[in-house]
Design a protein around this ligand. Structure first.
Ligand SMILES: Nc1ncnc2c1ncn2[C@@H]1O[C@H](COP(=O)(O)OP(=O)(O)OP(=O)(O)O)[C@@H](O)[C@H]1O
Ligand SMILES: [Mg+2]
Length: 504
């Protein structure tokens, strides 16, 4: 600031403002002096005692304070006069473990481009120790913040060495925090070298801008080798243009994916049962339509037999018509029973009867003509509280699969018995087909899993069957029998015990 401006500025102050500014200088409890270019004191604020400061004016500061004839070596005012810039100098003789470093600070008063005087003052600068302590406190706070974050947090330096690994990350990955920090590299947490892909995407603009990844779905691998799907928000930490680290915040997706898949399964089951229900309605309609003509055929055949004196051969033929009509009537009755349009009702039901009904409907179909159906149905079985329509679908799906696997030729065993030990009723449906290849065995209950050609199977049959058994609190498992072929075991819990002990 030029002198004129400075003088003008001072002239603008009121007496009251000037008084306060002077008081402010006086209230500064440390030494403050104004010296000329030749180090003579022009004004001083050094002593609390009135009048003492004025005695210093005109004297050399180095003489007054250090009893030296020359300006001191480390004088901040001297350097300020030489450089024309504010200068900070520490006093050299302070103990290293002091909390503060005593310093001199000097700044110039410039008038028309020339240094008119220099202000020199004492003050204490906090030592590094104190700064470090403050820094450490801040770091500890940030560290706690990261460590207790609900999401997993992992950071790695440019060589991939893990430098942050919080408690959630430890929980998800199965490592101890210390173990991860000392032994783990970021490349270890990705399967199939996926870290290259992650870094490539992060350096691109594609996922939230360069150096960032937003809501990125990727798999990681736990200490035990389990692949874990995560949603990752990550960033590259830059120093200037240089990449110095990466940090990622992630969320374990297993639970939400499980919930999503449960939801999809339920939707599928709903869809399937709606399909079954409308099929049922259709079948029931057809059955009702057939009832009247079948009644007519039976009635009129009986009338003809009674009214006319017919040849023996004709009579035999008419008896066959009558028998077939009766079979039709029974089929219609079973069909009506099978597709009974009831609300989901849990009632005690005879399982043997439900199986027989399903078999009755199926065995007349061409696919079953060359299948030897063996029934080993134990008598005196307790009833099972169940939704009969669901049970019909359950048996139908498993028996149909068996017949399809045998390509319509072979032996089908349907066995029921009561297990005293488990208090459950067991149903075995075994076939003499090729069995289920071991590698697909864990998947056969998955929705849409099928080995059949397109149009031949949707892959929903067994997933529906599984859901039905679960709804009834039971268990369903599949295995290959040692004699060949596959075997499905359904276990349904029962409330009461069997009435007689003649279980098979
Ligand atoms: N008794 C069996 N013997 C051999 N493989 C079987 C047997 N039952 C089921 N499978 C296998 O399990 C798969 C899944 O069966 P699922 O009933 O769920 O579907 P699908 O029969 O293929 O189709 P959909 O029943 O929906 O028409 C079948 O494709 C088949 O590979
Ligand atoms: Mg099927």
């Amino acid at each position: 600031m030029a002198l004129d401006t400075l003088t003008d500025k001072i002239a603008m102050y009121s007496d009251r403002e000037k008084e306060y500014l002077l008081k402010a200088v006086s209230a500064f409890r440390r030494r403050l002096i104004v010296v000329s270019q030749d180090f003579k004191i022009l004004a001083a604020n050094c002593s609390d005692e009135p009048g003492v400061d004025s005695t210093l004016v005109g004297k050399h500061c180095h003489k007054v304070f250090y009893d030296c004839d020359e300006p001191c070596e480390i004088c901040a005012a001297k350097e300020c006069i030489q450089s024309g810039r504010p200068t900070l100098r520490s006093k050299s003789d302070h103990p290293p473990d002091d909390e503060v470093v005593p310093c001199f600070y000097a700044y110039p008063i410039v008038s028309e481009g020339v240094i008119e005087a220099v202000v020199s003052m004492d003050f204490d600068l906090p030592t590094r120790g104190e700064i470090e302590e403050k820094l450490q406190r801040t770091n500890a706070f940030l560290r706690n913040l990261i460590l207790s974050a609900v999401d997993g947090v992992i950071a790695a330096d440019k060589n991939g060495k893990i430098i942050i690994f919080n408690d959630t990350a430890a929980e998800v990955f199965g490592y101890e925090v210390e173990e991860a920090l000392s032994t783990l590299n970021i490349t270890d947490i990705y399967p199939d070298n996926l870290e290259f892909q992650v870094m490539r995407e992060m350096r691109s603009e594609a996922y939230g801008g360069k150096g960032k990844l937003r809501s990125y779905q990727v798999d990681v691998v736990s200490k035990g080798g389990e692949r874990i799907p995560i949603s990752l928000n990550a960033a590259i930490v830059y120093e200037g243009q240089k990449e110095i680290a990466t940090i990622g915040f992630f969320h374990d997706m297993r639970e939400s994916l499980r919930m999503k898949s449960d939801l999809e399964k339920t939707q599928l089951q709903l869809l399937q049962s709606e399909k079954m229900a409308s099929l049922g309605k259709l079948a029931a309609g057809v059955a009702h339509q057939l009832n009247n003509p079948i009644g007519g055929i039976t009635l009129f055949t009986k009338l003809v037999l009674e009214e006319y004196d017919l040849e023996e051969g004709v009579q035999e033929d008419l008896h066959r018509v009558l028998q077939d009509a009766e079979r039709c009537r029974d089929t219609v009755k079973e069909l009506l029973e099978f597709t009974r349009q009831t609300r989901q009702l849990m009632r005690p039901h005879d399982i043997n009867q439900a199986i027989s009904r399903t078999l009755f409907l199926l065995e007349n179909q061409t696919l079953f003509h060359n299948i030897d159906i063996q029934r080993e149905l134990a008598s005196g079985l307790p009833q099972v509280t169940s939704d009969i329509q669901q049970l019909n679908h359950l048996f139908m799906n498993i028996i149909l699969n068996a017949a399809q696997a045998m390509d319509g030729r072979g032996r089908l065993l349907v066995r029921t018995w009561f297990s005293e030990e488990d208090g459950s009723l067991l149903i075995e449906i075994a076939d003499s087909g090729p069995g289920i290849p071991e590698d697909i065995l864990p998947q056969i209950f998955d929705p849409f899993f099928t080995t059949k050609d397109e149009g031949e199977g949707t892959g929903l049959g067994l997933s529906l069957a599984y859901g039905i058994v679960e709804n009834h609190g039971g268990k369903l498992r599949a295995e290959n029998s040692s004699e060949g072929g596959s075997r499905f075991i359904i276990e349904l819990p029962v409330a009461q015990k069997p009435t007689s002990g003649d279980n098979l």
